[in-house]
Design a protein around this ligand. Structure first.
Ligand SMILES: Cc1cc2nc3c(=O)[nH]c(=O)nc-3n(C[C@H](O)[C@H](O)[C@H](O)COP(=O)(O)OP(=O)(O)OC[C@H]3O[C@@H](n4cnc5c(N)ncnc54)[C@H](O)[C@@H]3O)c2cc1C
Length: 372
């Protein structure tokens, strides 16, 4: 028996099409790049291929923080990168968030900006971060026009740094609205279409279908190594849970801890979403597997019980993992791999903020290369 896919005469003559641009991955990067590219090239045929029944990557599995970096994270970044590099990324995140809100409208994002707290259990670290607030406030004032965006505070007995511009979204509502917007722009999205080979002029699906294209973009973030072995984008799994309703929940708002490795926020119905702690088993978490790491789960449960002191009897309602993509630095990769195969990936756990900026740069790069 031969299971090899053979296109019929009718498929060849009427259904097969050639695309100017094929984008692999219907996460926020792929969808925004499709949208921005189509605006710049209204006559081009754009196809988005997604392996899932709906977007099956980090964009629908994240925590929905609309943030640009806690003061602790910025200070940590300065240990590894230069000041201009850290500022450039902060700017890209800040502008990206503004663009996200302009493009989608706050109602489609269910955007809220209640401000957020970074909590500290180590006094020396709190003091070290506090000493640098003047610098970070100068940066944020330049970007936002608001002064004292970061300020020392206390919350529930913890040393804390308050960030007045911290926000959050509903990631499900956002992606649902973005898919509609992309389809309304005349872009074709094909679901359940897993790509197994991607080249400049053709893309091969698991089903055997071969699509011909002028250019191909990999917007596959943490899954990029599946298609480009040896790619410099590393996968990083993240774990998140949402509790059942908790009476008298004191943790209302947005919170970070330990340079942003831990994060939590209240959710509708007196619930709390808690995630992170990847840093306690970082090597194991460099995977595209969806399994839950028992060590990290136990650690986060202990954090919720002992540090946050959630009341006795609190329970997890929904739990999941998602795959992030990390580039060499936290700055995403936006490049032409060579002759028509492009990569926009490595959003390093901050895609809500930086995704539109990356998509905008990639759409322009693809357009400029079209003209050459
Ligand atoms: C647990 C967790 C919490 C997070 N929390 C936040 C947060 O609070 N705030 C924030 O800003 N960011 C957060 N992030 C990061 C953010 O979600 C990502 O940076 C962002 O979604 C990346 O978008 P993307 O489109 O580049 O990648 P993805 O959303 O991962 O999209 C890639 C798409 O490619 C598809 N794909 C992969 N391989 C193939 C293939 N072979 N064929 C076809 N399709 C394929 C995937 O199914 C997927 O839909 C979090 C991430 C995780 C995992």
């Amino acid at each position: 028996m031969n299971d090899k896919y053979q296109p019929s005469w009718w498929e060849i003559t009427h259904l097969q099409a050639s695309y100017d641009l094929t984008i692999i991955g219907a996460g926020l990067t792929g969808l925004f790049t499709a949208l921005f590219y189509k605006r710049l090239n209204p006559n081009h045929n754009v196809l988005v291929l997604e392996r899932g029944y709906y977007p099956d990557g980090a964009s629908t599995r994240n925590a929905g923080f609309a943030c640009f970096g806690s003061a602790g994270e910025l200070l940590d970044d300065l240990q590894h990168e230069t000041m201009p590099e850290v500022y450039a990324r902060l700017e890209a995140r800040f502008r990206g968030l503004q663009r996200l809100r302009q493009e989608m409208g706050d109602e489609n994002l269910v955007f809220e900006q209640p401000g957020g707290y970074e909590l500290f259990t180590d006094r020396a670290n709190f003091e070290k971060v506090s000493e640098n607030l003047a610098l970070f406030n100068r940066w944020l004032e330049k970007l936002s026009g608001s002064d004292n965006v970061y300020s020392p505070a206390t919350f529930q007995g913890f040393d804390a740094i308050y960030c007045s511009l911290e926000g959050r979204i509903d990631s499900g509502q956002f992606m649902k609205a973005l898919i509609t917007k992309v389809m309304d722009a005349g872009i074709l999205i094909k679901w359940n279409s897993k790509v197994i080979e991607a080249e400049q002029s053709q893309v091969v699906l698991e089903s055997g279908v071969i699509i011909s294209t002028h250019k191909t973009l990999l917007a596959t973030n943490g899954f990029t190594t599946d298609l480009v072995p040896g790619s410099d984008i590393r996968p990083a799994r993240g774990y998140v849970f949402v509790t059942k309703p908790i009476n008298n929940l004191i943790w209302k708002g947005i919170f970070h801890y330990d340079c942003g490795y831990y994060y939590f926020r209240d959710m509708p119905g007196n619930r709390i979403l808690i995630g992170g702690a990847r840093n306690i088993d970082k090597h194991t978490e460099e995977t595209t597997s969806r399994n839950i790491n028992a060590k990290i789960k136990a650690h986060l449960i202990a954090f919720a019980t002992d540090t946050l002191q959630l009341p006795d009897g609190w329970k997890i309602d929904v739990e999941w993992t998602g795959t992030m993509g990390f580039a060499k630095t936290k700055t995403p990769v936006c490049k032409n791999q060579g002759s028509g195969l492009y990569v926009a990936a490595g959003l390093s756990g901050m895609g809500v903020a930086i995704g539109t900026d990356l998509a905008d740069r990639m759409a322009r790069m693809l357009t400029e290369d079209s003209g050459s």
